[in-house]
Each structure stands twice: as C-alpha cells, then as structure tokens.
Ligand binder design. Sequence first.
Ligand SMILES: [Zn+2]
Length: 192
Amino acid sequence: MKKLSIWQNALNRLKTGNGNFVNDNLYNKFQDSIRRKDVLDGQNPFAVILTCSDSRVVPELIFDTGIGELFVIRVAGNIANTSTIASIEYAVAHLNVKLIVVLGHQNCGAITTALTGDNNGKNLDHLLSFIQPAISLSDSKRVDSVSLIHTKLTADKLIVESHIIAKAIENDALKIIPAYYNLESGKVDFFE
Ligand SMILES: [Zn+2]
C-alpha cells in the first residue's frame, strides 16, 4: 500500500473531525490542563486554517480539535493580505505545517457587504476590496457563489503572493486546499 503523504494524513484528520462535528459526536480531546502542560514548550499544529471571523465558523469545533492542533488565521471574508499571508508563512517556515485549508462559508456577511457596494469607511472598504475579484468573476452575484469563487481565488493568491508558500508547494512539501463550510449541516466540502 502506498504510504500517505503528511498532508493527506492531515486532511484525513480534518475530515474525520468534521464527521464527528456533523454527527454531534465531538471527542473534545486536548482541551484540558494536561494538554496545556504538554504543549507548554512548543506547538506542532498539523494544519493551517485561513477562515472568516464569523462567530458561527469555529475551526477548532468544526474539525473536533483541541489546543495546539490547528494554526488558525481568522479575518472577515478570509482574505489573503500581507498579514494573513505572513502568518501562514510563519506556520509553513517555522512550524513545518504541510496543509493549508482556506475555508469559506455559506451566508458570509463580509461577502454580502462587499456585494452591496456601499461606502463602509476606509478600513472596511479596504478589506472588502479583496473580495472584488470574485464578484467580477461571478455570473449570478449571489453571496454563496461569490464566497466559493473567492475562497478558491484566495487559495491561488497565497501561492502567487508568497515565495515561501510557492517554494514549499514546488518541493512537494505543502498542499493548499480550498474548502466550504455549510452553516446548517456543519459539513465542510473540500475542493482537492
Ligand atoms: Zn464570513
């Protein structure tokens, strides 16, 4: 049997954890004082998750994980800007993480706000400008369609904008997978 690569094992752990979450069967491991002590001297997360700040999208729960397992970057609209890319680069270069999941979601408020095109002041408008390419590419201009396109574009952008990420992928040492979280079912669809 072919040996699974590290990123495939990481992806399988996410899928198994998400199955537990969907079925209301969370294991709740690694969330206690013993775990805190075990990881006191260092972290060894098995995946990076770039996702939205939406309070309904909680990666550690969605994937049934505990302390020190996921390196999570959350920003409204799960955008790839200098800060989020730099955070991912840290995880890749310094923590040796082999899997990045860009997790968009259903009914995203940031996407909805970007679609209205209203003036939201310089800070929020700057953030929402990162969603414009997906809006341009979407025929329907529906929020869930734009969200999915945006998530895939963001995954691509990580490679274009980061030498560290591009190099790791070139060396077969890293995988990026866009994914989509369904609010009601709790299920994550991975686009491998
Ligand atoms: Zn959102």
